[in-house]
Design a protein around this ligand. Structure first.
Ligand code: TEU
Ligand code: CA
Length: 540
């Protein structure tokens, strides 16, 4: 049977709401994706990860699912979805879907029937009486809220680790597993090639006891990567995923390398790979809402540790939950193009499956929001309220939100320099970045030296090189500004050199033996020097 995951798989993440609107309601849709399949094929990617397109009241933009077998009407119809699968397939592109099974929407039929008093569905969720006039335990919540909300007028509470409208499922109930298996098969039968599994390592709650107090999420020791979770993943893999030749990438929060290994080493037969977060934390203090200057040294050593620690990584620098990386690590005012291309080079030469996020291929930057009224994300609003209750003054609160908001990466895709960046003929659901007049697909494509052209080259290079696809990883240099590593396959070797600083610097002595330049993001790349944000791929 065909195995969909290959060494040369290159994934492009689409956040459907922000990709392309074709009917003028200001919201991206499936027909918009279908329209852009030629564009994606030309870029060279061979897999699309679709963020949720299921029916949802949109409290968390689709990560709150009300019906796992229906398409969100504002995105289109099931026929549109089937057409998308077929048209993508015709262009050699597979689709993986987002699987959100830690929680449902409170508007899901199961939760509604639980509220109506049906015992069977009550047991699909985690419902407990209060304790001493308070909520059942002292746990924290991912969206800076209390994780317990009143369960109707019963006087009891239900657990929600994310928004109130995202009640956690009770995975200790075997019926939940059967429901989810059925949902997964439904989509696999339609030709989906796998799943990106949302917060998959927290689905199993071993106990609901109080947690030991900690800054980042009290209670996590009761649900992080528990034995019950491993067992569920093994069963889903064996009973559903593998019989279809499909694959999975887990979004796994708070994992260190040993925990990640337990989730995705091949002999464990659980997940094919995981998204880790450590390299996303090189500019934070304690929690992701408190940002500081990004430490390049930390970034390099973190990437290296994960490259060496795991046989195969799910590599990424941007997604719908993170501010644009280009705005975080580089001087995107002066070196936007160079730094975007460097990202392409780095992402395509690390060992593992590369995931790029819509807009990254043209170097889109953080949103240019003026105040909170322009931010839609529930997480940002909750964090604002939390910061307010901590007495943090409004200007500081705004700086905090502006730098960390997930909406930074969710701004509509910039297709043209026209009004609303060619994303919609109507009013966009989220403010379009003002820089679309210069940063957009149309003008970038017309530029032979454009960011897109470099991504395209790097993707092609990556797919055609077995050294880049399969070679081992060896770190060569991690200085304050230069990151260099080798990929090694048998006798053949390639060297990636990244100058992550905005300074021109002499070529470090260790790298001088490498004579042949395969590609660089500078036309006038010089032998003995590295230009600001220069990326260079070398052969001996
Ligand atoms: O994200 C889970 C997650 O832990 C974070 O990355 C999240 O964005 C948040 O910042 C926690 O502070 C996944 C999805 O990717 C995210 O979009 C969803 O909101 C979330 O799960 C709930 O389904
Ligand atoms: Ca639309």
């Amino acid at each position: 049977m065909e195995q969909y995951l290959k060494h040369d798989t290159v994934v492009y993440q689409i956040y459907p709401r922000s990709f392309l609107d074709t009917n003028g309601d200001g919201i991206g849709d499936l027909r918009g994706i279908i329209q852009k399949l030629d564009y994606l094929q030309d870029l060279g990617i061979n897999t699309i990860w679709l963020s949720p397109v299921y029916k949802s009241p949109n409290d968390d933009n689709g990560y709150d699912i009300a019906d796992y077998k229906a398409i969100q009407p504002e995105f289109g119809t099931m026929e549109d979805f089937e057409e998308l699968i077929a048209e993508a397939k015709a262009r050699g592109i597979g689709i993986i879907m987002d699987l959100v099974i830690n929680h449902t929407s409170d508007e899901h039929e199961w939760f509604q029937r639980a509220l109506a008093g049906e015992e069977k569905y009550r047991d699909y969720y985690i419902i407990r009486p209060g304790k001493n006039g308070k909520v059942p335990n002292n746990w924290g919540n991912f969206f800076a809220d209390c994780p317990w909300a009143p369960f109707g007028d019963t006087g009891e509470y239900y657990l929600h680790l994310f928004s109130k409208k995202q009640p956690d499922l009770n995975w200790r109930n075997p019926a939940v597993l059967e429901e989810v298996k059925d949902i997964m098969r439904f989509w696999l039968e339609k030709g989906v090639q796998g799943f990106r599994c949302d917060v998959i390592n927290i689905i199993w709650k071993t106990s609901l006891e109080d947690g030991k107090k900690q800054f980042a999420l009290t209670g996590q020791e009761h649900y992080l990567s528990q034995p019950g979770c491993h067992e569920i993943l093994r069963r889903l893999n064996e009973e559903v995923i593998k019989p279809y030749g499909a694959w999975t990438v887990g979004e796994t929060v708070f994992v260190d390398i040993p925990k990640a290994k337990d989730l995705c080493s091949p002999e464990r037969k659980e997940l094919d790979m995981v998204f880790s977060f450590e390299h996303m934390e090189c500019d934070q203090v304690g929690l992701k809402w408190f940002k500081t200057r990004l430490s390049l040294k930390k970034l390099m050593s973190t990437l290296t540790r994960w490259q060496k620690g795991l046989g195969w990584n799910a590599n990424y620098f941007e997604n719908h939950d993170q501010p644009r990386f280009i705005s975080r690590f580089s001087d995107s005012q002066n070196y936007r193009k160079e730094a975007s291309k460097l990202m392409a080079g780095l992402l395509m030469t690390l060992r593992g499956t590369p995931f790029l996020y819509e807009g990254q291929e043209i170097g889109m930057t953080n949103g240019d929001f003026a105040d909170l009224s322009e931010i839609m994300d529930i997480e940002s609003h909750n964090v604002w309220a939390m910061a307010k209750s901590l007495g943090i003054p409004a200007p500081m609160r705004w700086q905090m939100i502006k730098r960390t908001s997930r909406d930074n990466a969710r701004t509509p895709m910039q297709w043209t320099s026209e009004a609303n960046a060619g994303f919609t003929g109507g009013t966009p659901w989220l403010k379009v970045n003002g820089n679309h007049t210069s940063v957009n697909v149309e003008s970038d494509l017309a530029d032979p030296d454009g960011v897109h052209a470099f991504w395209k080259q790097m993707i092609a290079l990556r797919k055609s090189s077995d050294v880049l696809c399969e070679g081992h990883f060896r770190s060569v240099l991690e200085s304050g500004s230069v990151y260099a590593f080798e990929r090694i396959l048998g006798m053949r070797r390639m060297l990636t050199v990244c100058n992550l600083s905005a300074k021109e610097i002499p070529m470090p002595a260790q790298l001088k033996g490498w004579k042949n330049r395969v590609i660089s993001n500078y036309d006038d790349s010089k032998a003995g020097m590295l230009r600001p944000f220069e990326f260079r791929l070398m052969q001996p």
